[in-house]
Design a protein around this ligand. Sequence first.
Ligand SMILES: Nc1ncnc2c1ncn2[C@@H]1O[C@H](COP(=O)(O)OP(=O)(O)OP(=O)(O)O)[C@@H](O)[C@H]1O
Ligand SMILES: C[C@@](O)(CCO)CC(=O)[O-]
Ligand SMILES: [Mg+2]
Length: 422
Amino acid sequence: MEVRARAPGKIILVGEHAVVHGSAAVAAAIDLYTTSSLSLLHEGQSQTPAHPLDWIRFFDSFVTAATALTAATSFYYAGEDGGAGAVELDLRDSALVFSWPCSSLRRALGEVSGKAGAPTPCSPDELAAIAKLMEGQEIPEAKIWLSAGLSAFLYLYTSILGCRPGKVVVTSDLPIGAGLGSSAAFCVSMSGALLTAAGTVGVGGGSGVEEWELFGKDDLELVNQWAFQGEKIIHGKPSGIDNSVSTFGSMIKFKKGELTNLKSRNPVKMLITDTRVGRNTKALVAGVSERASRHPDAMASVFHAVNSISEELSSIVELAAEDEIAITSKEDKLAELMEMNQGLLQCMGVSHSSIETVLQTTLKYSLVSKLTGAGGGGCVLTLIPTLSANIVLEKVATELESHGFRCFKVEVGGRGLQVCRG
Ligand SMILES: Nc1ncnc2c1ncn2[C@@H]1O[C@H](COP(=O)(O)OP(=O)(O)OP(=O)(O)O)[C@@H](O)[C@H]1O
Ligand SMILES: C[C@@](O)(CCO)CC(=O)[O-]
Ligand SMILES: [Mg+2]
């Protein structure tokens, strides 16, 4: 049985960081996805490549990448394990394969049997056991940041399916660690695939034809709860906004765990600029919390101001959906609110010289930008007004790319988690 689940990345229009401290924020799904494809294996089933092309890929990676050593070791382990098999994670875009023999998982985590209902948070003991299981993996130094994603994977896999053998292949359109919610899309697609394979969600679904299915609200709620636990392993203290918008899609207002769906008739258009400056959400979120504990009153005022901006922006989106304000007036207001939010993100200490370069460049063309996600580098949003000429867009993108940045346009407010069974 193969289950594929895909979950979108997101943009945060306003409210990042402040949302961790209880303010409202507004986010929307984008049309870039992470896909997790899960195949369950029977105990004793061989994990060596079945298809001749897979053997070619296997040997190719063996000679070209040191990481293939890990893959090779995993096949050896699968044999040593008395044929009991392994749990394998193939990160296709990074050309890295990780594998854990089921016997090692059982030794480290005990006889976990898998869980059908709501998640139990990963305990400190479990986290320590997972950290030990990571020691055997050869993660290239330049990609050491992957270890957080691998830990979230091991937690989700073993908690939902127990220590039974299986293989998950992950591919993604999203830049990783750049503010577009790659960690949430990873956790949502993984939880969606695992819970579907466990028969916990999507029961009765599946038309027998290979097509993308949407889940009902209760199933999505459950996937979202599991994905949030995965996000906690990667982020430390997530607000839950990223996994919620990745699971449910659309445009949402999010405050203290409460989600409001925002109807949006004329979705906003955004240019995204990836500064290609690497950053880490966990560290940036911790940095803002430290600033808040050094200056509690000042930061409370900053978070309060962000809350007002998010509330105002969400009511403008809703009024525009009901045709109560014209699209151009809506865009002027959104641009001003985004500009104000960017100033407050600078107060929080999460901007970066590369982000400032994007802001100054787009301002030359009278376009407003703000960072999106955790900041510190990563991606910047530029609002594209309906009436802006294509030639202006081309010029601004060319100038941004001359700085070494990468620009792309996204569709905003699309679908959340989708699943396909093969
Ligand atoms: N496709 C993937 N494969 C493996 N790990 C992934 C993948 N996508 C994300 N991750 C994990 O998530 C981490 C990036 O998460 P992080 O929260 O720092 O950035 P982000 O989610 O892209 O941005 P933001 O949280 O600001 O929206 C990576 O370092 C990795 O551990
Ligand atoms: C920085 C942050 O507000 C958004 C990251 O996309 C963190 C969070 O809400 O979990
Ligand atoms: Mg993230």
